[in-house]
Design a protein around this ligand. Sequence first.
Ligand code: FE2
Ligand code: FE2
Length: 271
Amino acid sequence: MRRIAHISDLHFGRTDPAVVEGLVRDLDADRPDLIVASGDFTMAARRVEYEAARAFMARLPKPWIAVPGNHDISPFHLMQRFLRPFSRYRRYIANDTEPTFQDGEIGVVCLNTVRSWAPEQDWSQGKIRRRQIALAEARLRAMPEHLFKIVVGHHPFMPPPWDEEARLVGRADRALATFRRCGVGLTLAGHLHRHYARFAVADGEGPERVEVDAARMEGSRDRLLAVQAGSATSTRLRGNEPNAYNRIRIEDGRATVTVRLWTGSGWADAG
Ligand SMILES: [Fe+2]
Ligand SMILES: [Fe+2]
């Protein structure tokens, strides 16, 4: 059995200090086997924001694994943005923007979905390159068959149930089809500051999007569950949702998700 805490969209520079302290306490009081941070550590990649993000991550139980978000590359320093977009992320958060994690039960592959420039679309929406899908596939296939496999990115792989037209990460369908062929049971992402989960079950051109009962969100190698996290610590909340993060339990080839919500004074399970 493995337990993962999935945090996202911390947005240092616009955080609520009480929520930040509460989250450190909550993760320390009930330590997961792995923390996954799915991007947007800062608001605008400022040094002071990255310093706060690094200090926060240093207080969390280890191990943790992370990907950058679109807010983690500078909107101000254009030379830096185009030539070395992830230099501050590498310096303050992690040198590797597409790390992997593996132990005796789980295998995690991370994708950097952030694009500093995209001529054909809004760059903030993110995209997966073909070679990233190929690399992820090679990494997933190199992992032992029995591991529960998870893919992490910042931008959503599946739209919210209430907005089927929401922009997804570029090549989301192609990526999901590949992940399903590799037996991936779970994708973890953020960006929308809303928590939800949906199955991608069908074969063919693209995955069918199936809405599920929140109490029965179980991902497995036969039923890939795309899980989104709300914003863990930022005051940039959307949809009247409080700050949120996910606790995931993986046992007997199945992943169950419990959403933790900020109550104003502490964290509690949703529902
Ligand atoms: Fe965000
Ligand atoms: Fe984002």
